[in-house]
Design a protein around this ligand. Structure first.
Ligand code: ASP
Length: 328
């Protein structure tokens, strides 16, 4: 018998019609009571942690979820976290840094349609997530639409379809078919997880548009310890407009700049073009390579809670955690 803790945080899966749109109203126990066909070899206990639309999820909630897992880690064989899909990829990434090397499965899931609706993906997703949590799949993952996706690699790529998530620049960890978990990849884990102490939330993200005002970038640097810039293609910054001077100014004042790309697949390579190579060579900007923006943001929050020293930030940033990037 496998003992699984189901931690509910809200989301569409637990939502009901309020007359003013959907909002979470169904408890963890309520989710379970609407589910039939759960493997009798799985014993599920519930924890009603939050009841939020995931648009309202903040880093302090990531810490609450990690803490919940930490406090109960020895008592269960695996964990399922039900969560809204909108920010699920951020939470999965954050938990991957907050709980590293877990030998037990920590599985996040949600749904595009509430569990009480006639047509819903909630039941399949929850049933699959419980199966995965009762399997030997270590670490943080997302189970959605029968796929198992590594927590550091997930991105919501569809706003309405049941196939809402994709694994970016990394294969799916496995699939769940006919009540069975089929693993494609065996990740490493430790004997015991390492739980991180905290997060530094002073991280911002700027999506570049052609002709963007440098003032917006100045503002973000002024109010953050690190700014992630989602630029174009393999990465670079416009040569006019004062961006280089702006970044130089803020890096000299101890801020961290990371360049990534708005393109979903294949990542950045700043060395290719003149608009990018100077950034690394002359300024010491970091680049995301094959990491998702969600993972970059969460990783910086985890790193900056430990150190703000540029070489140490750089070392930790380029050290793969939970296969968030291919080793360089
Ligand atoms: N707005 C919802 C949420 O993220 C969407 C969902 O769960 O699918 O909580």
């Amino acid at each position: 018998m496998k003992k699984i803790l189901l931690i509910a945080t809200g989301g569409t899966i637990a939502s009901e019609e309020t007359g003013e749109g959907l909002a979470p109203g169904i408890t963890a126990a309520g989710l379970l009571s609407r589910l039939s066909g759960v493997d009798p070899a799985i014993d599920v206990e519930t924890w009603e942690l939050l009841a939020l639309d995931s648009t309202n999820i903040r880093p302090e909630h990531w810490l609450m979820i990690a803490n919940c897992v930490r406090e109960t880690f020895n008592a269960y064989d695996g964990f399922v976290v039900t969560h809204g899909t909108d920010t699920l990829a951020y939470t999965a990434a954050a938990l991957s840094y907050l709980i590293q090397g877990s030998p037990k499965p920590i599985v996040l899931t949600g749904a595009q349609r509430p569990i009480g609706f006639d047509s819903t993906d909630s039941k399949e997703n929850l049933r699959d997530a419980l199966l995965c949590a009762a399997s030997d799949m270590p670490g943080v993952s997302i189970v959605f639409d029968h796929k198992i996706i590594l927590g550091t690699r997930a991105k919501k790529t569809r706003s309405k379809s049941f196939s809402a998530f994709e694994s970016i620049n990394y294969p799916d960890l496995g699939v769940i078919r006919d009540g069975k978990v089929h693993r494609f990849i065996r990740q490493d884990c430790a004997d015991r997880p390492t739980f991180a102490g905290g997060l530094n939330t002073a991280v911002s993200l700027m999506k570049l548009i052609p002709g963007a005002d440098r003032g917006a970038l100045d503002y973000l640097f002024e109010h953050s310890d690190a700014v992630v810039i989602e630029s174009f293609g393999v990465g670079g910054l416009p040569e006019a407009g004062g961006y280089f001077d702006c970044i130089r100014h803020w890096l000299e004042r101890g801020k961290i700049a990371v360049l990534t790309t708005q393109v979903e697949n294949e990542g950045s390579d700043l060395s290719v073009y003149h608009v990018g190579s100077r950034l690394k060579r002359e300024l010491g900007v970091l680049e995301a390579y094959d990491m998702t923006t969600e993972a970059v943001v969460a990783k910086l929050m985890w790193i900056l809670a430990q150190t703000k020293t540029a070489p140490e930030v750089e070392r930790l940033f380029y050290t793969p955690v939970a296969m968030d990037m291919f080793p360089r």
